[in-house]
Each structure stands twice: as C-alpha cells, then as structure tokens.
Design a protein around this ligand. Structure first.
Ligand code: SF4
Length: 152
C-alpha cells in the first residue's frame, strides 16, 4: 500500500504554481509579465515556472508572446476557468491511496474504504468546480498579488 496524499489532499507544487500563475496574470492591469518575471514574483525556479506556463498555454488558458513587447496574458478561457478543472488536470484523477502498487493491498478486490476515499476525493474536486480564477483574485487577494509582483 502506498499513500499518495500523506497529509490529506495536499496539492502538487506544480498544481499550486499553475493556479498562482493564472491568478497573477488575472491582475496584471494591462501589462504582460514574462515567465521570468512571474517566476521571480512567485519565488520559484524559472524552469519550474516555464514548464507550468507551457502546460497552461497548451490548455488554452494563457497566451505567451515572444520577443520585444511579448509576455504572458490570460485568455478569456483562463479568466473563467474552473479551479476544480485546473486542479484535476494537474493532479490527475488517480486514487488517493495506491491499493494495487508494487505490493498490492490484500483487501484491494473488495474494500469499502477505497470507495469512501474515492467519494471524499471527488467531493474535494467538486467543491472547487464552481470557483473560477476570476473569483480567487477578488480583493484582498488581487491587490496583494500586485503588491508582491512590484517588489524589487
Ligand atoms: S484496498 Fe482499502 S485498505 Fe487496502 S490500500 Fe486500498 S483503501 Fe486501503
């Protein structure tokens, strides 16, 4: 048995970063920060941010323009995207407990706990489904994000 979420529904770092990038872009106020600027504002390695930005671009949630005057911009789909859908996409929908890993659990063919954990996991995602990126940058979060980004 291998417990995937050892401390409850803890998100992967990439999931949290994806949400933070989208939130940051939702409050740019007309400017288009670069991936490097967003990475600095989020205090994460550039390579990590670049990987997440590429995935978000692939999902159609942001546009990345290269060269002078380029930068990142949220798409309309990104602005109205469901936080639950983003979390599902980055986390995957695997079970919270790996019942059939290298050492399968002896109960895996008929375990009621497994079903209960699946329902709890779905409830976690479902609670985030109606929340949009736009929703989570309402004050005080949006102004705070802008303040962090403007620090030297
Ligand atoms: S089958 Fe049941 S008891 Fe075994 S690891 Fe899965 S959830 Fe836990």
């Amino acid at each position: 048995m291998h417990i995937i979420y050892a401390e409850g529904m803890r998100l992967l770092r990439s999931t949290d970063l994806a949400l933070r990038v989208l939130m940051r872009l939702a409050v740019t106020g007309g400017s288009s920060p670069t991936t490097r600027e967003v990475a600095a504002a989020m205090d994460v390695p550039y390579t990590h941010a670049a990987k997440v930005v590429a995935e978000l671009q692939h999902m159609g949630l942001l546009d990345a323009r290269r060269g002078r005057g380029g930068g990142l911009a949220l798409t309309e789909a990104g602005r109205t995207a469901s936080v639950g859908a983003i979390v599902r996409a980055f986390e995957g929908e695997g079970d919270v407990v790996d019942c059939e890993g290298a050492t399968p659990c002896p109960l895996h063919t008929g375990c009621r706990l497994r079903g209960a954990l699946r329902r709890a996991q779905e409830a976690f995602f479902a609670a985030l489904d109606p929340v949009t990126v736009e929703d989570v940058v309402a004050a005080p979060t949006g102004p705070l994000l802008l303040g962090i980004s403007r620090k030297p």
